[in-house]
Write a protein that binds this ligand. Structure first.
Ligand SMILES: Cc1cc2nc3c(=O)[nH]c(=O)nc-3n(C[C@H](O)[C@H](O)[C@H](O)COP(=O)(O)O)c2cc1C
Length: 317
């Protein structure tokens, strides 16, 4: 309920003015011009109802979604838990969303001129072997309203989704998505960067293999990371055993390590978006120092409020 009220309030925010863009904070990444390097992570505005408000608040980009080809209601409630003493959240939302076509139509009507990413996924009832068809359908729907597309294979709340990290599955999936991206770009003009959003829960070897594959396939970027299924950092919490992905402060160190390892492997061959427990200028700086070109947050805003956006963007110039 708190989330729904916040989104509604954000949708009204542009009526009260917009934070000015400072030239010092601008950055060009993947050929896109960002007013600043801090974005809203996927899941916050799943249906694209508050992109303008989030821009007015001071975010340099907004990643909407995850959207799936068909609308779906997600998992049964309760599906979101706050762990205040850890400044963390566990969620098992399961991609509730209005469907890619409806969200794309809403974004078109919004006439928002800031940077929008569209995060796409597969429907819960689509067999894993047919995942590519879902990603392609979602890509086709959002392509014209998105400045970049994020391919989400890392939500822990859609059964089997993370199996798409395996090279045998990932290679044809990404190759198929990039082929369709190239076709759409040639047909409609423009260049749409495609990024892969990955899990923090893999070993070093698997991460290396994945990063090398992404370089071979010429993916434009990686978003690291999604929420974690690990619970070691919050083992003492009564909610620790709730199923779902853990985000917020306990994820931060791991997400920074993943970003650093990725940067060591990929060099300057792709962009990296660092996300996970960013809730202060220091945490954002740690992501940048590890090699992230751009930074995103979600849970940080739950605990720190909107002021965190101003503090971090001031620090990121
Ligand atoms: C309630 C909730 C819903 C989320 N939904 C999505 C989603 O639909 N797609 C996605 O890629 N990530 C989703 N995420 C993950 C965030 O985008 C982000 O990767 C993760 O929460 C770590 O960042 P944070 O610690 O700043 O929250 C969600 C996170 C939360 C807390």
């Amino acid at each position: 309920m708190a989330h729904a009220v916040t989104l509604r309030a954000l949708a009204l925010l542009p009526l009260f003015g917009t934070r000015p863009i400072s030239a010092a904070s601008c950055a060009t990444v993947m050929g896109l011009r960002f007013p600043n390097r801090l974005g809203v992570a996927a899941g916050f505005d799943k249906n694209g109802i508050a992109v303008k408000g989030l821009g007015s608040l001071g975010f340099g980009f907004v990643e909407v979604g995850t959207v799936t080809p068909r609308a779906q209601s997600g998992q049964a409630k309760p599906r979101l838990f706050r762990l205040p003493q850890h400044e963390a959240v566990i969620n098992r939302m399961g991609f509730p969303n209005d469907g890619a076509v409806v969200v794309a139509k809403r974004l078109r009507a919004a006439k928002y001129f800031g940077v929008i990413g569209a995060n796409i996924g597969k429907n819960a009832d689509t067999p894993l072997n047919d995942a590519l068809q879902d990603y392609i359908a979602a890509l086709q729907a959002v392509r014209d309203v998105a400045d970049y597309v994020a391919v989400n294979i890392s939500s822990p709340n859609t059964k089997g989704l993370r199996d798409l990290h395996d090279s045998d599955r990932l290679k044809p999936l990404i190759a198929g998505i990039l082929k369709e991206r190239d076709r759409l770009d040639a047909e409609r003009g423009g260049q749409t960067p495609v990024l892969l959003k990955i899990s923090p829960d893999m070993g070093n070897e698997a991460l290396r293999e994945l990063a090398e594959l992404l370089c071979d396939l010429r993916v434009d970027g990686v978003i690291a990371t999604n929420s974690t299924t690990a619970r070691s950092a919050i083992a003492d919490d009564p909610l620790a055993m709730q199923a779902g992905g853990l985000s917020g402060r306990p994820l931060h160190d791991r997400a920074v390590v993943v970003v650093r390892q990725l940067r060591q492997i990929v060099g300057d061959r792709m962009a990296i978006v660092g996300v996970g427990g960013v809730d202060s200028p220091e945490a954002a700086a740690a992501m940048r120092a590890a090699g992230a070109d751009l930074v995103q947050l979600y849970t940080g805003m739950v605990y720190q409020g909107p002021g965190v956006v101003w503090r971090i963007t001031a620090g990121l110039t």
